[in-house]
Design a protein around this ligand. Structure first.
Ligand SMILES: Cc1cc2nc3c(=O)[nH]c(=O)nc-3n(C[C@H](O)[C@H](O)[C@H](O)COP(=O)(O)O)c2cc1C
Length: 351
């Protein structure tokens, strides 16, 4: 197995990192989709990357995750990998963020690697095919047995959603359609996308209250979480948590991208002016701090998905020790390789 890890780090990654990050991403999604189409493809990938060690499963809000690792929102944004991710060691996938209408995203370049800093500069702007197409795809293809399907919901990145009413109605449209179609084992309301028209607008408590009031009109039978910002003060973060508990949300994903470019190891790897949030290592410390504070503040009944800068099994254990119930990641898989999920599961099972 060490051979596979070395092959990724020494051969495949240096090669892939010579190409445009969004093109490499698209290539991997197409490959994953092709392998996911048939049993042999799935078995082949599982033989190389699947987890077969001691039980590392976790049951959270009544949902069993075969491994404690969920692919964070933004990688499988059009729900094309729901047939294969279980074979790569994921217990779940959060598809999306999906929006009420198809959305091209921001102008390219939308993704940049900050290699020495183990981070990606993400300026996607919620590129996705829209909720209708995504529902249809999931209905047609289904979801791999044992893989938990979360759906992340955001607002269409367009002028029409830049007003409070337009934005709230956009979230409501997707949330209602998904619930009506009975798609998703849980939902995450992405209140903190840093790269959209009108800004990161639902991290303001008054606006969040308006959004949650509207969403509470939908009869939702599965757990609801919110994707939290990490670049705000604890006092504001706590106000957002108060609203989530007031509206009976089951928990939170902590958290989204890092907006503070001073948190990157090599400052010159980030753009000079703000143009996208940072994933990976610059998120690690702050997200873990917020997980610990949230666990203390909200108690044991509040679910926390720990996300941000999990690049090793030790980083995952750090987040679980801080109070997370599950782990979400993207950057670790890209910088360390697809064997990371298996190694995390092994470390969790050994604890
Ligand atoms: C390419 C990319 C696209 C992303 N798009 C979304 C998104 O659509 N919705 C969302 O909630 N988070 C999005 N994120 C944020 C991730 O879900 C995650 O919070 C962040 O990358 C930190 O985790 P990581 O350090 O493991 O990458 C995106 C991240 C990346 C790298």
């Amino acid at each position: 197995m060490k051979l596979i890890e070395q092959a990724y780090k020494k051969a495949l990654k240096p090669l892939l990192f010579r190409f445009d990050p969004e093109e490499v991403h698209d290539l991997f999604v197409s490959l994953g989709e092709a392998f996911g189409r048939n049993k042999t493809g799935r078995q082949l990938i599982a033989a190389v990357y699947g987890y077969r060690g001691d039980d590392a499963s976790r049951t959270v809000d009544g949902i069993t995750y075969e491994t404690p690792i969920v692919l964070a929102a933004g990688f499988d944004y059009n729900a094309r990998l729901t047939q294969i991710l279980g074979s790569v060691g994921f217990g779940g996938v959060e598809v999306g963020s999906v929006t009420a209408y198809p959305c091209e995203g921001n102008d390219p370049p939308r993704l940049k690697r900050a290699i020495e800093s183990k981070s990606l500069v993400v300026y996607k702007g919620l590129r996705n095919e829209g909720v209708d197409r995504i529902i249809e795809r999931i209905q047609t293809r289904g979801v791999q047995e044992g893989l938990v399907l979360g759906v992340s919901i955001a607002m269409t990145n367009a002028e029409s959603s830049a007003t409070l009413e337009g934005a709230v109605s956009d979230y409501h449209t997707s949330f209602k359609k998904l619930n009506d179609a009975n798609i998703g084992d849980y939902y995450t309301i992405n209140i903190s996308c840093p790269n959209v028209y009108g800004g990161e607008s639902f991290t303001d408590p008054d606006r969040l209250e308006t959004l949650l009031t509207r969403l509470s009109e939908v009869d939702c039978k599965v757990p609801r979480y919110a994707k939290m910002p990490i670049s705000i003060e604890w006092s504001q973060f706590r106000e957002l948590l108060d609203l989530l508990t007031q509206f009976d949300f089951d928990g939170a994903v902590i958290g989204n991208l890092q907006k503070d470019y001073d948190k990157i190891d090599v400052r010159s790897e980030a753009p000079e002016e703000y143009r996208g949030g940072l994933s990976g290592k610059p998120c690690r410390k702050r997200s873990t701090e917020l997980i610990a504070k949230t666990r203390e503040y909200c108690g044991d009944d509040f679910t926390i998905m720990g996300c941000g800068g999990v690049l090793s099994p030790e980083d995952a254990i750090e987040k679980l020790d801080a109070g997370a119930d599950l782990i979400q990641l993207i950057s670790g898989m890209i910088f360390e390789g697809p064997h990371l999920m298996r190694n995390i599961s092994r470390a969790v099972a050994d604890q």
